[in-house]
Design a protein around this ligand. Structure first.
Ligand SMILES: Nc1ncnc2c1ncn2[C@@H]1O[C@H](COP(=O)(O)OP(=O)(O)OP(=O)(O)O)[C@@H](O)[C@H]1O
Ligand SMILES: Cc1ncsc1CCO
Ligand SMILES: [Mg+2]
Length: 298
């Protein structure tokens, strides 16, 4: 695979400085270091995902420098999943025949200490889907990423199950900022880092809350941008699994920045889709540093 950037050795990063979330430049450096590590290491990312997202998700991972593999057959997991650096599970077009593969792959990852991320698409659209997502959460994802409505519903399913409201469809009817408390509760009850996408992307471990303010509204009009940024989170977690919160924030910010850069040449959602992928492939340190907008919200 073509490599176009020089990775920054992890030893060059001062962990104290990069953990100071009130310093914007430290976040930009962290995001650049993680993207550089993805480009240098090209981690193999298994994606068990919906049919709608497969193309954009695989191209997003490739443009970031990772190596995507859309394998979901139960018969292949024992051979294949242990070779992966991270797993992305997305329930967008869930059927009863796919659920055993998702659970088995998640279980394998947990046993192998391989990070995996969950995208609970349209979690409250049906009882079957809600139960499946709750069972997957029990299998210890490192990160759960959804839109506002998805995170509110999934969090409520664990805390106040009788109050889970049905949201039909995959689009959010809530703002991400309305899901902060739900995200914190879900993070605390599951042990996962929880990320909520939207105008501000919110990421929390249950205590600390970080906001990534990049992106353009038109990204909502391209199906599977959310699915794809979840896979990008998996790639970032693959290269730094002990700092899953930082990896999730960085992936969301990088994707948002590529949306902003892509928008300069886009005429609408279809051309934004193309230019966003190009921008991710060509992203350099100067452009990332001048666009990243991450703040502490806690
Ligand atoms: N109003 C907005 N302004 C800027 N960026 C946004 C806005 N809304 C969403 N985004 C960005 O668009 C991407 C997709 O987020 P969204 O919340 O639409 O996901 P989703 O609903 O799960 O999408 P899908 O299910 O189609 O994959 C994220 O990178 C997010 O930051
Ligand atoms: C539109 C759609 N339907 C099921 S999955 C999906 C992709 C966006 O989540
Ligand atoms: Mg989604």
């Amino acid at each position: 695979m073509e490599q176009q950037t020089q990775p920054i050795p992890a030893t060059n990063i001062n962990p104290k400085a990069t953990n100071n979330h009130n310093q914007p430049s430290s976040w930009a450096k962290k995001a650049w270091r993680l993207l550089s590590d993805v480009r240098a290491q090209s981690p193999l990312i298994q994606c068990i995902t919906n049919f709608v997202s497969m193309d954009l998700m695989a191209n997003t991972l490739l443009s970031a420098g990772a190596s995507p593999a859309m394998l979901h057959s139960l018969e292949e997991l024992n051979d294949f999943t242990p070779c992966c650096r991270a797993l992305c599970i997305n329930v967008g077009t869930l059927t009863p025949s796919w659920l055993p593969s998702m659970k088995a792959a998640a279980q394998l990852c947990s046993q192998l200490d391989t990070p995996w991320v969950l995208d609970p698409v349209a979690v409250s659209a049906s009882g079957f889907r809600l139960k499946a997502c709750m069972e997957l959460v029990e299998l210890k994802p490192a990160v759960i990423r959804g839109n506002g409505s998805e995170i509110i519903a999934l969090s409520m399913a664990f805390t106040q199950p009788s109050k889970v409201s049905i949201v039909k469809g995959t689009d959010s009817i809530h703002e991400s900022v309305d899901a902060v408390e739900a995200a914190k509760l879900l993070a605390k009850s599951s042990g996962a880092i929880v990320a909520v996408s939207g105008a501000t992307d919110i990421v929390t471990d249950g205590n600390q809350v970080v906001g990534a303010h990049n992106g353009v509204a038109l990204m909502q009009k391209i199906t599977a941008t959310g699915c794809s940024v979840t896979a990008l989170i998996a790639a970032f977690v693959a290269v730094d699994k002990i700092h899953a919160l930082d990896a999730a924030v960085s992936a969301l910010a990088v994707f948002g920045v590529t949306g902003e850069l892509g928008m300069k040449n886009a005429k609408g959602p279809a051309s934004l889709r193309m230019h966003l992928i190009d921008a991710l492939h060509g992203l350099d340190e100067a452009a990332l540093e001048s666009h990243v907008n991450i703040t502490s919200l806690s």
